[in-house]
Design a protein around this ligand. Structure first.
Ligand code: SAM
Length: 332
């Protein structure tokens, strides 16, 4: 052991669920929206939210302790951080809270996921078709996460600017977040998101400037016609949702859509050989185990082998400050 034990530090980690639970509860019940721009008394809040007075006061007490709410006399208001949980805040991260509240409940089944190696939730296609509100909030949250953390993709991908117009297919592009960033960063780039049809409403809401084509990663060529090619094919945050044999196929199909002189761009949580670093990727790994059947984080060598099997040559992984990295492969 390299350092002294810290019971207080570990005790803090043990109880840290309380902070997530109260933030998730507040967003779930609409508390930040009720207080956004308008401080209220406890009685006003319980009427508006339809909640119990003692329960609501308990929630407020905790949220004051966690820095989300402040009290002045009888009035409760949002702190600057608490205001970020309101949907109307221009930099709102309420959707991220909703996504994590879903996982907060799911993670109680982590022992089962670890024992069996199986996901503890429904497949994404099922969620998108049968619980579209929740699935759409999930895609909105990914868009907000991209706004916060995904800005490094254009630089890491290194797509060069300038005419003639080049076309990019964003496979499983969801809300179109990364496509939108790339189009802004690269002159003359035109991007099209390919995703399940159920994802289109969120793309239209969040990034209407990006084109959409319905497609299916499970199908040959993802459903695109024979002969169609793209200058760039982006596969962002897809491989961690699938087991190795699926990924070999996905990378092969994606490579088959790349035009001569074009590139496959994989933006992914690439884990080191020992599977314990970088920390952001290591802590993301159990999420993949519980969320997706066969979900996992992959090493540079594993992704490189799929690229090689697809007939392309991978460039070395390009890491930025964030946990997600680019592996790019060019077709001569
Ligand atoms: C983890 S999200 C990644 C979204 C986006 N690429 C990003 O990096 O934020 C996975 C995406 O793949 C899409 N997807 C899942 N299964 C799919 C399938 N069979 N065909 C097409 N898209 C699919 C989802 O709708 C979702 O947009």
């Amino acid at each position: 052991m390299s350092e002294e034990a810290s019971p207080y530090g570990v005790a803090d980690q043990i109880t840290s669920y309380q902070e997530s639970a109260l933030i998730g509860t507040a967003v779930e019940l609409g508390l930040p929206n009720a207080l956004y721009g308008s401080p209220k008394t406890l009685d006003q809040l319980t009427v508006e939210l339809g909640t119990d007075s003692r329960g609501t006061m308990g929630l407020l007490s905790g949220l004051v302790a966690f820095g989300m709410i402040e009290r002045e006399g009888d009035a409760f208001s949002l702190t600057a951080n608490g205001a970020l949980l309101a949907d109307d805040h221009p930099d709102s991260i309420a959707m991220i809270s909703r996504k994590e509240w879903f996982f907060y409940k799911l993670w109680a089944s982590m022992p089962e996921a670890v024992k069996t190696g199986h996901t503890q939730t429904r497949a994404w296609r099922d969620r998108l078709e049968n619980d579209p509100d929740q699935a759409h909030d999930f895609l909105r949250a990914l868009d907000d996460l991209c706004r916060l953390y995904g800005g490094d993709l254009p630089e890491l991908a290194g797509l060069s600017s300038g005419p003639p117009a080049r076309r990019l297919l964003d496979v499983g592009g969801g809300a179109g977040s990364h496509s939108a960033n790339l189009v802004k960063a690269v002159d003359g780039l035109e991007a099209t998101v390919l995703d399940l049809p159920g994802a289109e409403p969120v793309l239209k809401e969040r990034h209407p400037e990006i084109a959409f084509v319905p497609g299916d990663i499970d199908q040959p060529r993802f459903g695109r016609p024979d002969g169609e090619t793209w200058d760039y094919v982006l596969v962002s945050n897809i491989l961690h949702d699938h087991p190795a044999e699926e990924n070999e196929r996905i990378v092969r199909e994606a490579a088959g859509l790349v035009a001569p002189g074009g590139s496959l761009v994989i933006y992914e949580w690439v884990i080191d050989e020992g599977r314990t670093s970088p920390p952001g990727v290591a802590s993301f790994t159990p999420m993949m185990v519980i969320e997706n059947e066969g979900g996992w984080t992959w090493t540079e060598a594993e992704i490189g082998a799929w690229i090689e099997a697809a007939g392309l040559e991978a460039r070395p992984v390009n890491r930025g400050p964030g946990p997600i990295a680019v592996i790019r492969a060019d077709r001569p």
